[in-house]
Ligand binder design. Structure first.
Ligand code: UDX
Ligand code: UDX
Length: 438
């Protein structure tokens, strides 16, 4: 049985540790956040991730998974140490590595036997070499170790499924033997395992996320043109998707991307390019288009409310950055709420899962009990997150509860013609029906 320590009990670390335990390894998940570890030790789960609670409980009961705040305890029997701490954006967009630095130094001070250190967190190209230097400098006496890059490709809301059924496993290291051992850990996944050097593995992660973000900004730019020309972006995306070189995934126009990865990873990659003398103008455009999607929806809402948002009651349907998560990091709802309030609107919000997070991140937001409470007295509703439960709302009842039947569909959840037949003043993203007189 392999023995693994995972540092960081966040979305990435907790899922990674739990899944390795589920595959049969003995895993200790370490975090410096004592409250988070205490909650996990008491059987609580600090994040919402479908399937996680049951998988954690099963593996804790089987004695394969435990939690600690202590490095000596976490590293005692470990052969592998995965670093999965946060890598948030710094002031001018670069990835802030202070947590990676803290983890690397704690490992160096504690380790008393050879370790394979695996960078799971998304880190700028070159960080693997830097982590090795940090550890070499901090070790009180030399203890052998190797560094392997193993970037995560987990989508929140489907993280366990993505871990257990990956399209590929990417490994990078200068130490072939260490890389082979990390590859062994992943064999039960029966997925393609690509081995390369450290920097290339680190770049694969950034390039993959930046490409996915580019697709989203691309389809949003096309949607904005469709809006003016009367074409329907959903049909356009469907037509494009038949081309195997394009594919249908990640072509959903809407309020743009959010979350703890795309925004920071595109910014970090642009920053890496700029400080090395490149001109990443495409990445800059990707970020600008994404920012403008939030602003466009404010303009449309203002126009549909007689040109002014002052004293208007606007309800946000959905607050999490995407469905099936409670994560609101860089969620469009945060910027939309701020922009609406900036123009004097009274903003209310509802989310099936993220309400406890919204209460902290948007203290001025008035939280509704459910979509119908949200609709009561509203001058407009904006669909911000495409939760499944919004797809089956009793829309006649919603309309009857609103002060004005104005619905801005930020995620193209509804059929424009159907809503207009029901008497809604409906606006989607790039649905263009108006021009067709639909
Ligand atoms: C983070 C990054 O966002 C992602 O880009 C990267 O690929 C993996 O790490 P996430 O799991 O969402 O993903 O981070 P977060 O939810 O912030 O959890 C990080 C955890 O690390 C926190 O619980 C924090 O307490 C912990 N941590 C931080 C440590 O245990 N030790 C430290 O020194 C610093
Ligand atoms: C992403 C990557 O998919 C994953 O591989 C990486 O490891 C971490 O970042 P995540 O951010 O959890 O995962 O969610 P994802 O499902 O990729 O969506 C990211 C954002 O793009 C969300 O805000 C979503 O609303 C938006 N999105 C996604 C679109 O606007 N349109 C789309 O077609 C797809």
């Amino acid at each position: 049985m392999k023995n693994i320590c995972v540092i960081g009990a966040g979305y990435v670390g907790l899922v990674t540790g739990t899944c390795f335990a589920d595959l049969g390894s003995r895993v200790t998940v370490l975090d410096i956040d004592e409250a988070k570890i205490a909650k996990l030790q008491a059987g609580g789960i600090p994040i919402y991730e479908p399937g996680l609670e049951e998988t954690v409980r099963r593996n804790v009961a089987a004695g394969r998974l435990s939690f600690t705040t202590s490095y000596p305890e976490g590293l005692k029997e470990a052969e592998f140490v995965f670093i999965a701490v946060g890598t948030p954006s710094g002031v001018d967009g670069e990835a802030d590595l202070k947590y990676v630095h803290m983890a690397a130094e704690s490992i160096a001070e504690t380790m008393d036997h050879p370790l394979i250190i695996v960078n799971k967190s998304t880190v700028p190209v070159g960080t693997g070499d830097w982590v090795a230097d940090v550890i070499r400098r901090k070790q009180p006496r030399p203890v052998p170790f190797a560094v392997v890059s193993n970037p995560e490709f987990l989508r929140e809301g489907s993280a366990l499924q993505d871990f257990l059924n990956p399209d590929r496993v990417v490994l990078g290291s200068l130490d072939q033997e260490a890389m082979e051992k990390v590859a062994q850990l992943h064999l039960p996944l029966r997925a393609p395992i690509m081995t390369t050097d450290l920097r290339t593995a680190e770049m694969i992660k950034y390039a993959s996320n930046a490409f996915l973000a580019t697709r989203i900004s691309f389809i949003n730019e096309i949607a904005n043109i469709c809006e003016q020309l009367g074409a329907d972006i959903k049909e356009v995306a469907a037509g494009m998707g038949y081309d195997k070189r394009i594919g249908r995934a990640f072509l959903d126009a809407g309020l743009g991307y959010g979350g703890s990865c795309f925004p920071k990873d595109v910014k970090a990659l642009e920053h890496m390019g700029v400080i090395h003398g490149c001109h990443p103008q495409l990445l800059r455009a990707v970020m600008e288009i994404n920012r403008d999607q939030r602003r466009n929806v404010i303009r449309v809402t203002r126009e549909l409310l007689d040109g002014s948002l002052r004293d208007k009651v606007v309800g946000l349907l959905g607050l999490a950055f995407k469905p099936n998560t409670d994560d609101m990091r860089e969620a469009p709802s945060v910027e939309v709420a701020h922009l609406l309030r900036h123009e004097g609107a009274l903003v209310r919000g509802y989310d099936p899962v993220a309400m406890h997070v919204a209460a902290k991140m948007l203290p001025d937001l008035i939280l509704a009990e459910d979509p119908y409470d949200l609709a009561t007295g509203a001058d407009a509703l904006i669909v911000v997150t495409e939760w499944n439960e919004f797809k089956h709302l009793a829309l006649e009842r919603i309309k009857g509860l609103m002060r004005r039947p104005v619905l801005i569909d930020g995620r193209n959840v509804y059929d424009p013609a159907r809503l207009r037949r029901m008497g809604f003043t409906y606006s989607g993203i790039g649905r263009g029906y108006e021009k067709n007189g639909g």
